[in-house]
Design a protein around this ligand. Sequence first.
Ligand SMILES: C[S@@+](CC[C@H](N)C(=O)[O-])C[C@H]1O[C@@H](n2cnc3c(N)ncnc32)[C@H](O)[C@@H]1O
Length: 458
Amino acid sequence: MKPSAKKSRRKQGRKQNVAGARESALSVLEAVLVKGRSLSAARSLIGGGLEARDRALAMELVNGVLRWRFRLEALLARLLRKPLRKKDYDIQLLLMLALYELEELRTPDYAVVNEAVALSRRLGKKWAASMVNAVLRGFIRDRQALATSVDQDRAARRSHPGWLIELLAHDWPEQVDGILDANNQRPPMWLRVNQARIAVDDYVRELELQHIKVQRHPVEPGALMLDAPVEVDDLPGFNRGLVSVQDASAQLAAGLLQLEGGARVLDMCAAPGGKTCHILESAAGLEMTAVELEPLRMQKVKQNLDRLGFQAQLVIGDATSASSWWDGNTFDRILVDAPCSATGVIRRHPDIKSLRQQSDLQALTETQRQILDQSWRMLKPGGLLLYVTCSVLKRENEQQIAQLLSAHADAAEVVIDAAWGIACEYGRQLLPGENNGDGFYFAKLQKQGVGVEDTAIA
Ligand SMILES: C[S@@+](CC[C@H](N)C(=O)[O-])C[C@H]1O[C@@H](n2cnc3c(N)ncnc32)[C@H](O)[C@@H]1O
């Protein structure tokens, strides 16, 4: 075969792979936006037959469309003569995907249009081909004027649902735009070095040998931010338990628990076990009980414990009603990493903007209240409870703590004095993007009564 024929065949193959990435992206988007599946569950639909770089492209397209969904829809509403029928939502998604590529990626305009037209035919919708072509060419022609027009609306410009913008503006009037902007950024990949196995400096040297560049966190010594994400199997010693993937803000929890060897620790909402394992890495000889409602998610806790070489008593149970699984022995330390709106981790899970509804908040805050209430009963006098959420909404954070303090006369706040976050009426809030980390809330409480003097809290 002539070299030029070989080259053209390679080019053709590459084109097909990129087309496969777009088709995979459409399947995932449909699963999330039509069937309501979470992105972490739906991402398995990305074709296993794709090369790593095409899988990465598919994920970039999915994340990008979910991130910019509200703006892309606003643009499309101006470009379509009438809204598409419900049964043609695949064409709507295909157009959003093409608009995202035109707006945010460096794909040449002609390639985006040609591929979108071809994709509409492959979806069995030949009738849509000329409309797709006209809509995208219309966008390319008028893109500046269209952008100026849609961006007058804050929900479109910042690409968030209106109800969420309202809640954020109410709770964080000065920071709201910064939060919305941070939610639309691509998150970095953070590592947590297992310091029970390797010193941080030694692990950084292992990374350097693999040409993997990292930056250190200003506060948390074991947290390393990668300059560019890598597959976990490419991390030195991942399978030997030298390191885990965990956002830097989440890594602040273990240190706040003031752990000491021999302590009885309860992790009330444990899966996938990031904080359970970090706690066990932080002090030797802890007696750890990890509770989780979802059996399948508990398997992840077990896998992480096994990989990192730790043990814990695993309880599949409901943290809102401890009587069914608790033996009555109290704990020195309790971590309540409560189920929440996840409004602090939107940059990592852009599907939250579409899947979370305002109406979910009432049930979530009631669950949080019940878990806190149950946990309080299980804490030893003098013991510490750390309440954590990845939410930035005050009703899930400081208002929960205010409620606990008023319901339990033996509860006292231990003020977190830190060089990070914002001091709230109770507890401390990290907003998304601070030190390149996710948005997290932390509050620390101590149980008053007999034995308080004996605790390690100075
Ligand atoms: C924020 S995640 C915990 C993350 C975990 N601590 C970590 O660092 O990897 C909250 C967990 O609580 C679990 N959960 C939700 N409701 C629960 C309940 N009533 N009882 C116990 N666990 C619950 C969820 O399944 C989820 O795994």
